[in-house]
Design a protein around this ligand. Structure first.
Ligand code: CAA
Length: 379
């Protein structure tokens, strides 16, 4: 593995860092406090090609690689984790599977506008009674003349309130020994597809999620993504890519908390010296730096493997597990270094701490990542 970024990857990362510093960081606290959807930021990210980063240009994307996507995700998330996950869901959980499994007409109708960022996508797998055990979903699609009728509810759907399209998974066959699922692409406005109001969450306040409902929602046969009955594999393979996005988001959150801690430790004095001169603080900063580096290497390895076309379920799970838990640990130490100020909204580490926590839960909890890793180890 080459640890040096290419010229193109460095340029893309620097452009994202510059954009994040100018256009996102100054308003990140306000987005968090007001729980405001950062629509104007997402529109500018679309102009820069950040909404379809690894999608070829002929389909409206930026035509870059997954490592570039990870680099940009880290930069955007370091400024605002809400903007990071909005971007990640559209890239990894919507554009990527449409590119991989879509028919030419699905690519034209859904992928091109989503990769250009003119439209936004979301991913409907989780349900009120099935999160980790995703196969046990209750949402059902019944075959009728000319199409399928969907009934059920999906919850915690990131981008759900604003998305123009949903990639949704439903049971289509319960007759055999194994329940069979199918993936469908459903545009907003399809009769019977509705969205509830946004959820109230601990962090990532700008990234709205909600419950969505399918009530006798009829879609044509052409709404099926991939093959009927193969939807669970579509979901799992998509999450292999999505977990790289969330690992990168966690990296960004951790890096922001780390950078703030280094700056604060050099300025704040106690016992007559900057606190950075106390070994207790130095040890915390060193541990944070090591974990951050290790998380980044795992994430870059998973991204590189995805681009090579090699199955990367285990590597993505390792990256997501380690990066998300690193984000929580690093943000925890960042608050400790900041003392009372860290617990207040005067400093961004309070937001970093709340935002970090979700990275251990969505796109598979840490426990699910361990299950995926163990399944690869023991097969
Ligand atoms: N790629 C392709 N196929 C895969 C696969 C992969 N990575 N993983 C599994 N499969 C296939 C298997 O080969 C198997 O195929 P057959 O039926 O032909 O044998 C089938 O899928 C079922 O696999 P398992 O038996 O391993 O499935 P399981 O029921 O034991 O579940 C699990 C495995 C890993 C626990 C899975 O349920 C899982 O990942 N759960 C977590 C769900 C999750 O991450 N949800 C996140 C929701 S999205 C989100 O959070 C978005 C957001 O807000 C940002």
């Amino acid at each position: 593995m080459d640890f040096n970024l290419t010229e193109e990857q460095r340029l893309v990362r620097d452009a994202a860092r510059d954009f994040a510093a100018r256009e996102i960081a100054p308003k990140a606290a306000e987005i968090d406090k007001s729980s405001r959807w950062p629509g104007e930021v997402i529109a500018k990210m679309a102009e820069l090609g950040f909404l379809g980063m690894a999608i070829p240009q002929e389909y409206g994307g930026a035509g870059l690689d997954t490592l570039s996507y990870s680099l940009v995700m880290e930069e955007i998330s370091a400024a605002c984790a809400s903007c990071g996950v909005i971007m990640s869901v559209n890239n990894s959980l919507f554009c990527d599977p449409i590119y991989k499994y879509g028919t030419p007409s699905q690519k034209k109708e859904f992928l091109v506008p989503a990769a250009q960022g003119k439209n936004l996508g979301c991913f409907g797998l989780t349900e009120p009674m099935s999160g980790s055990d995703a196969q046990t979903m209750a949402t059902n699609a019944e075959k009728v003349s000319g199409g399928w009728v969907l009934n059920g509810a999906k919850n915690w759907i990131t981008n759900g309130p604003h998305a123009d399209f949903i990639l949704v998974f439903a049971v289509t066959d319960r007759s055999g020994p194994k329940v069979r699922h199918t993936a469908f692409v459903v545009p907003k406005g399809t009769p019977g597809y509705t969205q509830a109001s946004p959820d109230h969450k601990l962090g990532i306040h700008g990234a709205h999620s909600c419950t969505v409902f399918f009530e006798n929602c009829k879609v044509p046969d052409s709404a099926i993504l991939g093959k009927a009955g193969e939807g669970f594999k579509v979901a799992m393979a998509t999450l292999d890519g999505g977990r790289i996005g969330i690992a990168s988001q966690a990296l960004g959150i951790a890096r922001a908390a780390f950078d703030a801690s280094v700056a604060y430790a050099k300025e704040r004095k106690s016992f007559g010296v900057p606190i950075a001169q106390h070994q207790a603080i130095q040890f915390m900063l060193s541990d944070m730096a090591v974990e951050l580096d290790a998380a980044r290497l795992l994430t870059w390895r998973a991204a590189t493997m995805k681009d090579s076309g090699t199955r990367h379920s285990m590597q993505s799970a390792e990256a997501k597990l380690f990066a998300s838990e690193t984000a929580t640990r690093v943000a925890h130490k960042a608050i400790q270094i900041h003392g009372g100020y860290g617990y207040s909204q005067e400093f961004p580490v309070e937001r970093n701490y709340r935002d970090a926590r979700i990275t251990e839960i969505y796109e598979g909890t840490s426990e699910i990542q361990r299950i995926v890793i163990a399944a690869s180890l023991l097969k």
